[in-house]
Design a protein around this ligand. Structure first.
Ligand code: ZN
Length: 134
């Protein structure tokens, strides 16, 4: 597979409204609004950092994956996303190498990107996302 760059770092917060202040007021990153992906029970905000971005993630429901993550581990770093040239090819390659996946097929994430998560058991405990933006 061809990884192009670190696309973004995902950070779980209780509230984007409150959580964004450190990133905007202290670090000076640009807040460009939020996007809700209802079937994933998450609202996200992408703050550009050079060629990459910080993604703040807030749960829209108490049983959503971000709410569960915060319950277990508290707010903080949640996943790293690598941008790949071709996500279908990348997933096939991982399947061929018997790497455990959360998503066998890409789904549509925030901003219309094709995304898929690898299982943390296959990655030394880090949640890894692949994404492809056209
Ligand atoms: Zn992400």
């Amino acid at each position: 597979m061809k990884i192009l760059k670190i696309d973004h770092l995902g950070i779980a917060v209780n509230s984007i409204d409150e959580g964004k202040n450190f990133w905007t007021d202290v670090l000076g990153l640009e807040f460009e609004g939020t996007d809700t992906v209802e079937e994933q029970k998450v609202t996200t905000a992408f703050l550009p950092v050079g060629e990459s971005e910080v993604e703040l993630l807030e749960s829209t429901a108490p049983d959503g994956p971000i709410a569960k993550f915060i319950e277990k581990r508290g707010e903080g770093f949640q996943h790293v996303a690598f941008r790949v040239e071709n996500i279908e090819e990348a997933l096939q390659e991982l399947k061929d190498k018997r790497i455990r996946l959360i998503d066998e097929k890409p789904r549509i994430g925030a901003g219309g990107a094709k995304i898929a998560f690898l299982h943390p058991k296959a990655t030394n405990g880090i949640l890894v996302e692949l994404c492809q933006r056209d």
